[in-house]
Design a protein around this ligand. Sequence first.
Ligand code: MF3
Ligand code: CO
Ligand code: CO
Length: 297
Amino acid sequence: MKNRKLKVHRNDPCPCGSGKKYKRCCLRKENSKDMEADKELYLKKYSIRLKEEKDINSIRKAGRLALDTLDLVESQIRPGIATDDINTLVHNFTIKNGATPAPLNYRGFPKSVCVSVNEVICHGIPGERILKDGDIVNVDVTPILNGYYSDINKTFFVGTPRPDAQKIVRVARKCLKRGMAAVRPGNSIGDIGWAIQSYAEGQGCSVVREFVGHGVGFGFHEPPQVPHYGRKGEGIILIPGMVFTIEPMINLGKKDLNILDDNWTAVTRDSSLSAQFEQTILVTDNGFESLTPFDLQ
Ligand code: MF3
Ligand code: CO
Ligand code: CO
């Protein structure tokens, strides 16, 4: 049996005799040494850049702006508006708040936001398409604020949804929730994918493979990749300070996709509906914190 008394607890006096609490003295030093060691290891081994307190605070601020942007979009969504109207809203609101829309000119993307309607999985280019009653529309925003990125998307109903639209949006939202619940130190990236895939397929839906979540914060797309499918225990082990997105794209039919001639728009090959939700997630000491928190029921 372990002698639990031998362990110094966080709130005990520090064994070094400083008179301070252990957590405010040597435990802190040990942790920050560990953090430095982890930082070096994860950078060398995986090219993952762990985030410090000041980075996290900045990403959280960018996240707040991203959330406010989606709230504004939601208030304007109705049958009759064009997808380009959403681009105008997002672009102007981002600039007005001292930020830059990351999608604009990113690898040649021509607009400030991705707007993906019905069978469009992701990377829809805003344009003339008019939203109509019963559509679903995914809006994906990524502001850069003071040099820091946050990445978030939601799928909205246009007017009154039919049952198939209700189903795919419900399943996609639950997939993000399940993926997030698998985030804690010691778990692996495969645990996240498994949590999502097992639920989606159990509901008779499918998981897109070609696009994945990703590290984010200093840049738009950093390592690691975060697949929304996988096996328990597989892949990189999560440690505090990692920041990445989870953004499952879930199809009502089969998982296969086509890319349109614009080289961006991804559509389901069987034309079935596709929905997506995304948040920017920080791995904490005992679980996760969303830096772009919104309710997932
Ligand atoms: N925001 C998307 C993501 O979640 C990426 C869009 S790339 C763009 O990773 F160029 F289309 F904007
Ligand atoms: Co993303
Ligand atoms: Co995104």
